[in-house]
Design a protein around this ligand. Structure first.
Ligand code: ASP
Length: 433
């Protein structure tokens, strides 16, 4: 019998995880069984992916930067990357604002539902608010200060410090460009080999993906809040998901215009990374697979992927910014506030910055949403209104975040003459060996 392609295996794993959890939820012991005996396998799977992230960034970015030959092509690529990231984020926020103003989901929330939600989730919302307060208390140049680590081992020891590792790798790569070729070569060869090993490790982890996502989805289902609350927030969720779907359409269009890759080839190439982003809700955990897919299946050269994608995973979150815009206006509507045009323009700026500042981990977008709310004068207690449905929306927005990074890396690669023919054509050729 022909073996099922990997993406189908992952989708099947997800579907079976949901069905399995729904069946077990009918038994008193079911949820505990999933918590104790199934969920740990999901955690192990995510950990294995995160484990790869720091060595992968180090190896591939050092090699990528040093292959650039001169510093001017690095700064040119850097500028193009940042500008394109900001443009796509502003497009995303604008789509979010357009949809939420058109549909007005907040007006469907009754007074009763509002107090029920505030009562149920007020505590959790307060915790997010405090997390955000800590970030708000920092000075204006804190982000810049945080970019430069005082110890590389310390920086590499915490997945939240990805930007510091990126800084070190770029710096090291620049040093490598500036020393004589003969001395640099063995160092480059080392990182090249190191990178190959890491890529092979990703292939091995991906073989277990169907089981990993089964466990992740089963655990999510038993932890989900009651269905009635989901229904009350249906229109809001629909706005976020509709906006995100539009954004995927924008990427497909941009990729087609700039690189002539058809929607099918783009989505086939990035598909497994999207499925992982959806199941893990973390762009950081998905990064190794995003890099592998974009390089091997979409033809972007390593000099570009190694630079554009790790930076994108940390700062380019179009799905998150779109969600923040919809959520902010939805909460305002639910509290009967009318937001002026000027306030909405302010939301474009703050949601863009807040998404840049969001960490690439589950739920981070909601913490930074507090800053958008505060800036627009919307009650922060409103966070409680959207808490119940945040996780499923996080899954969807993370998928868009990862897709956006891939699309931008293809456009930047094209503009630098670094978009080649994909190494692997078939969907899962490299998982067969
Ligand atoms: N979970 C998202 C990510 O990792 C961030 C967020 O919106 O919460 O991309």
């Amino acid at each position: 019998m022909k073996k099922l392609a990997l993406h189908w295996q992952i989708l099947l794993g997800m579907a079976l995880g949901v069905v399995f959890a729904l069946i077990l939820s009918n038994f008193g012991w079911g949820p505990n069984f999933i918590e104790d005996w199934i969920k740990p396998f999901g955690t192990i799977f995510i950990n294995a992916l995160k484990l790869i992230a720091v060595p992968l960034i180090l190896a591939s970015l050092i090699k990528g930067v040093s292959d650039l030959k001169d510093i001017s092509s690095l700064s040119q690529m850097g500028l193009r990357t940042i500008v394109t990231y900001i443009i796509t984020t502003v497009i995303a926020v604008s789509i979010g604002l357009g949809v939420v103003n058109l549909v007005k989901p907040g007006s469907t929330i009754t007074e009763d539902t509002r107090s029920e939600l505030v009562e149920a989730y007020g505590g959790e919302a307060e915790m997010k608010r405090q997390d955000a307060q800590r970030q708000k208390d920092a000075g204006p140049l804190q982000a810049l200060e945080d970019l430069v680590p005082d110890n590389i081992i310390g920086a590499a020891g915490n997945n939240r410090n990805m930007l510091q590792v990126i800084f070190f790798a770029i710096f090291f790569g620049i040093g490598l460009i500036l020393i004589p070729e003969k001395t640099a070569q063995p160092v480059k060869d080392f990182f090249d080999g190191f990178n190959e090993v890491i890529l092979k490790m990703i292939d091995l982890i991906m073989l277990t993906a169907p089981y990993g996502v089964f466990a992740l989805l089963a655990a999510l289902v038993v932890e989900a809040p009651s269905a009635d609350l989901f229904a009350a927030l249906g229109m809001y969720a629909l706005c976020v998901v509709g906006g995100l779907a539009l954004m995927i359409g924008v990427y497909i269009l941009l990729v087609w215009i700039f690189t002539r890759h058809t929607p099918k080839s783009f989505l086939n190439g990035i598909g497994p990374a999207q499925l992982l982003a959806f199941s893990t809700s973390s762009s950081a955990a998905t990064l190794p697979v995003t890099m592998e897919r974009v390089e091997e299946h979409l033809g972007v050269k390593r000099e570009v992927t190694s630079f554009v994608l790790p930076i994108g995973a940390t700062i380019n979150m179009d799905g998150t910014s779109l969600y923040q815009a919809v959520a902010a206006v939805f909460i305002a509507q639910a509290f009967g506030m009318d937001l002026s045009f000027g306030t909405q323009l302010g939301i474009i700026a703050t949601a863009t910055l807040a998404s840049i500042g969001s960490a690439a981990v589950p739920g981070a977008g909601m913490v930074m949403l507090v800053i958008v709310l505060a800036q627009a004068g919307i009650p922060e207690a409103g966070l409680a209104l959207i808490f119940a449905i945040d996780r499923p929306l996080d899954m969807c927005r993370t998928t868009v975040n990862v897709t956006g990074d891939a699309a931008v890396s293809m456009m930047v690669a094209k503009s630098q003459g670094k978009l080649g023919v994909p190494m692997v054509k078939d969907w899962d050729d490299n998982y067969k060996k």
